[in-house]
Design a protein around this ligand. Structure first.
Ligand code: FMN
Length: 321
């Protein structure tokens, strides 16, 4: 009998620790997703071959953010390495809704894990168009709303304003039966206020954190290194901020929390679970190692066992003192 036959499907690594979980009814073999925009599954498949599909590094795949119209993204430089992290000003390049639905979506829905599509618009009408079009497609398990953008009508960053979130989620909720995950920005004093508004308006989960506003200066000519002037900081540098925000948000809402911000191994993933996250997402670490998701998953059983947890569920149920 093989190891996996002996231990069952919830324990594919044969560690004796059950990592299976679910997110808003989406069953997951383990709690490790990717952060939107940080892992191009289709490009990776071309580069590394079908082994990337048969040994997919994540238990669920979150697409890069899709907008209604195509976007070219920001001018270079778009990436800047910092101590323990990086600043990106990629600017959400994507083919736009129509081309995404005709092209990438079909291939992404063939991945061996549930697919969550990330969408962003500058108005509730734009979000509605995206949610209706993508939500109606086979093979989509959930939608993530990237709300780190200004509303064209109010001029306000949607994710910074509880009232904007309430109005947006109330508009979108009746348009789909799929889980709606609201991705929170860390660039606010009280992310829990935004999370509570999202939950009250009908969101099924919140994910956090997106990147922290940041810049890098070339002191020789006093200019910003990044083409867009500034961007968003990510990676282990932001982990303590992300943990504090995940902890505050998880204490304020009953819906599940997707925790991210510098997750790089089993230990850091466990920190997020103990802060109250149901599952974690790996972002910047994918740029160092395309198998980062697998590294995190493989490190989790040991991290759990050393704290006396017999399963992921036990850690999810335990609260920080
Ligand atoms: C290069 C890059 C591109 C990103 N693109 C997106 C995106 O398209 N949509 C989104 O919601 N977040 C995007 N993010 C944010 C990540 O999903 C994640 O929230 C953030 O980087 C924090 O996690 P990390 O520290 O593990 O990278 C991007 C981050 C990076 C570094």
């Amino acid at each position: 009998m093989s190891r996996s036959e002996a231990t069952g499907p919830e324990d594919p690594d044969g560690t004796g620790i059950d990592l299976s979980t679910e997110l808003c009814g989406i069953p997951l073999e383990n709690p490790v997703l990717n952060g939107s925009g940080t892992f191009d599954a289709l490009a990776a498949r071309k580069a590394f071959g079908d082994v990337l599909v048969s040994e997919f590094p994540f238990a669920g795949f979150v697409s890069k953010t899709i907008t209604v119209e195509p976007r070219a993204g920001n001018p270079p430089h778009r990436l800047w390495e910092t101590p323990s992290g990086m600043i990106n000003s990629i600017g959400l390049p994507n083919p736009g809704l129509a081309a995404f639905c005709e092209g990438d979506l079909g291939e992404l829905s063939e991945l061996p894990v549930p697919l969550i599509v990330s969408v962003m618009a500058d108005s509730a009408e734009g979000f509605a168009e995206l949610v209706e079009a993508v939500g109606g497609r086979a093979g989509v398990a959930g939608l993530e709303l990237n709300v780190s953008c200004p509303n064209v009508h109010s001029g306000l960053i949607v994710g910074e304003q509880p009232d904007e979130i309430t109005a947006l989620v109330r508009t979108l909720r009746p348009l789909t039966g799929l889980p709606l995950i609201v991705k929170l920005t860390p660039n606010v004093a009280n992310p829990e206020r935004v999370a509570v508004a999202a939950e009250a308006a009908g969101a099924d989960a919140v994910s956090l954190v997106n990147t922290l506003k940041a810049t890098a200066i070339d002191p020789d000519n006093n200019r910003a290194w990044l083409g867009a002037g500034g961007g968003g900081l990510s990676g282990p540098a932001i982990r303590p901020v992300a943990l504090a925000q995940v902890r505050a948000v998880a204490a304020a809402v009953s819906i599940p929390v997707v925790g991210m911000g510098g997750v790089s191994d089993g230990e850091s993933a466990l920190e997020f679970i103990l802060a109250g996250a149901r599952v974690v997402a790996v972002g910047t670490e994918n740029f160092r190692n395309p198998r980062a998701g697998q590294v995190v998953r493989e490190g989790l059983p040991d991290a759990l066992q050393r704290r006396g947890f017999g399963s992921l569920a036990e850690a999810q149920a335990s609260t920080l003192s």
